[in-house]
Design a protein around this ligand. Structure first.
Ligand code: ADP
Ligand code: ADP
Length: 224
């Protein structure tokens, strides 16, 4: 459970990125964060990941106030998250398999275990045949699927995806959204930002942001 209670975020220079934002996301939901560029979607996802802190208000994750987490708290929180964030692309000097193994290596898993899980993750994204390829040899849609494999290799409770369909054509965007939905159906909470409204009907819930404020929010009748 993720709960924003009257959260505001002001960056240096008095830039109000989020204003008095309140909503909650239940376990296993698929939530779309919609709204134009600059609305505050990335800021909101970065807060859940512990990368940015609220300037005021409270953000609870599994009942815990993340502003009160100590130095060891954030890495512990991150282990429960699969992140697909802007500016965290694939490492271009390593093949696909090594990229997907990396989050497991970082937390100290053995190379064998990391390889086994990375292979399973790539299989799930239908990308195992590209395990030995280098990222630049892949299409945009394939790179995005590898980033999803990298995000889920540690079996996270929550996947945060910032604009995962940006720069993709409709067919590739659909493959990416379907892949995320498949994880949601197996119990993983997914929070996906998009300025593109074509997939909103796939969500349990849509939260619209504009200029840092929640302007609308609805829950789907066909929530699955
Ligand atoms: P979105 O993801 O919806 O495009 P962002 O969260 O990236 O929105 O940005 C919200 C607002 O905060 C914008 O006005 C943006 O310029 C500003 N902003 C984002 N990150 C920073 C930062 N690190 N420092 C200063 N301003 C920022
Ligand atoms: P395995 O369980 O043998 O790893 P699966 O096909 O069930 O194989 O899953 C493939 C990969 O997808 C897993 O290695 C894991 O990274 C990810 N995954 C599968 N199910 C979940 C889940 N419920 N939550 C998070 N990640 C998952």
């Amino acid at each position: 459970m993720i709960e924003f209670q009257n959260v505001s975020k002001t960056y240096a220079g008095d830039i109000a990125a989020l204003r008095d934002v309140s909503f909650s996301v239940g376990d296993g939901e698929l939530v779309f964060l919609a709204g134009p560029s600059g609305a505050g979607k990335s800021t909101l996802l970065k807060m859940i990941a512990g990368i940015e802190k609220p300037s005021s208000g409270v953000l609870l994750i599994n009942g815990q106030d993340i502003s009160k987490l100590g130095a060891s708290g954030i890495p512990y929180l991150r282990r429960k998250l699969g992140l697909i964030l802007q500016g965290q692309g694939l490492l271009l000097d390593r093949d696909v398999l090594s990229n997907v193994m990396l989050p497991m290596i970082v937390i100290g898993e053995s190379t064998d275990d990391a390889r086994t899980r990375a292979i399973a993750a790539l299989e799930r994204l239908n990308m195992l045949d590209k395990a030995d390829a280098y990222p630049l040899a892949l299409s945009g849609g394939e790179q995005q699927r590898v980033m999803i494999a990298r995000a889920i290799v540690n079996r996270p409770q929550v996947i945060l995806a910032d604009e995962p369909t940006a720069y993709l054509d409709r067919d590739n965007a659909m493959i990416v959204i379907e892949a995320l939905r498949a994880f949601q159906r197996s119990g993983v909470t997914c929070i996906i930002s998009s300025h593109d409204e074509q997939f909103l009907d796939q969500a349990n819930r849509v939260i619209y942001l504009n200029k840092g404020e929640v302007t609308d929010a609805w829950t789907s009748a066909n929530a699955a």
